[in-house]
Design a protein around this ligand. Structure first.
Ligand SMILES: [Zn+2]
Length: 363
């Protein structure tokens, strides 16, 4: 029962207890999607039950499946929101079909996770982006959806950037600086936007912001920052020095599993919340990697009901750092992301599923 996940502390269950709860729920989801989503059924039935990639409880699909196929486990009329990923050049975006139940579970899970880090009180919120990314509410881009999802945790919202030119909106920033000096505020933005278009522009203007104990949550790939030799430590140092963000949390998440995000704790590790889990796999034979071994990241989530996205093989490399032993005191697996997989390996992952999926067979 999914409600059990909301009755337990989000980072409080030890390994054995969490594993029992998760495997039961994930197994139910596999059976549900197998019965409700014809393309998913045809993928599963292409394998002998004991040879399913990732095991029979929650066999994994490569995330690229959501770019190539319409995968839905509910009738068309129950879909009230379609989310899309930005999609890299030359690739179709992922399309994720949400019904009311899944969307509500996503919101509830995200609330449990985020408030456990920033507290239940809504803080004044600076959004490090421009307002037009959240304008079209019928089809959400991952960026717009991410911002809208986080906006519920703040109040007195202002956008820090003007428009597509990415110029700072000095009026917004001055308003915040004058209204909340020496106060905690909450800011959210995508990692590269925060670095390039916020912190670097403030620095170039010789400006420091007066907030104290402010919280920054940011998400998105490090690829562009790595190219500029900006490590997580450098990022945090500059965010604190220039904008007063003494609490900075990155998170790892994807549009295919919105809600059950992996937040970075004070010790700099990404944490699996109760709603989710992480497995690192060796791309040669898909066995589970041990702690410390690098491999491909598989993400599991108990939230997806309206589409078969509860077990996904990502296109990212990562490494487990531990389980139930983080210095911050939170339970669960901890890990780090090591970047995107090389193109050839991504193709290798997709080739694991060489079986054709019948076109137009989605519910
Ligand atoms: Zn931790």
């Amino acid at each position: 029962m999914i409600e059990e996940f909301f009755e337990q502390p989000v980072y409080g269950l030890a390994k054995a207890e969490k594993a029992a709860l998760l495997s039961r729920e994930l197994g139910e989801l596999t059976r549900h999607h197998d019965a409700a989503c014809a393309p998913y059924h045809s993928i599963l039935s292409a394998y002998p039950p004991d040879a399913l990639p990732g095991g029979s409880v929650a066999p994994f699909l490569p995330v690229s499946m959501f770019k190539m196929h319409s995968l839905s486990s509910v009738p068309q009329e129950q879909i009230f929101k379609t989310m899309t990923s930005s999609g890299t050049t030359g690739q179709a975006p992922s399309r994720i079909f949400l019904d009311a139940e899944t969307a509500q579970l996503q919101t509830r899970a995200l609330t449990r996770i985020v408030t456990s880090f920033i507290g239940p009180k809504r803080l004044p919120m600076l959004i490090i982006d421009h307002p037009s990314v959240v304008k079209d509410r019928r089809t959400f881009s991952a960026r717009g959806a991410g911002i809208l999802g986080l906006m519920t945790f703040g109040r007195d919202h202002r956008f820090a950037l003007k428009d597509e030119t990415m110029e700072l909106d000095w009026e917004s920033i001055e308003y915040f600086a004058q209204k909340y000096p020496d106060s905690p505020i909450f800011a959210f933005g995508f990692t590269f936007m925060v670095w390039q278009h916020f912190l670097q522009q403030l620095k170039a203007a010789g400006r420091k912001l007066p907030f104290a104990d402010a919280i920054l949550i940011h998400s998105g790939g490090w690829k562009k920052l790595e190219a500029e030799k900006v490590s997580n430590d450098i990022f945090k140092g500059v965010a604190k020095d220039i904008a007063g963000f003494s609490r900075v949390h990155n998170f790892y998440g994807m549009v295919e599993q919105t809600g059950s995000v992996f937040m970075e704790c004070e010790a700099g590790r990404l944490h699996a919340p109760l709603f989710a889990d992480i497995i690192i796999r060796d791309p040669q034979d898909w066995r589970e990697c041990a702690i410390g071994e690098a491999g491909v990241i598989q993400v599991l989530s108990v939230l997806p009901r309206s589409y078969p996205g509860h077990s996904l093989l990502t296109e990212d490399r990562g490494r487990l750092l531990g389980e139930d032993d983080c210095p911050c005191g939170r339970m669960g697996k901890t890990f780090e992301v090591l970047g995107r997989l090389p193109k050839a390996e991504v193709r290798g992952c997709s080739d694991t599923f060489a079986q054709p999926v019948p076109q137009g067979a989605a519910a």
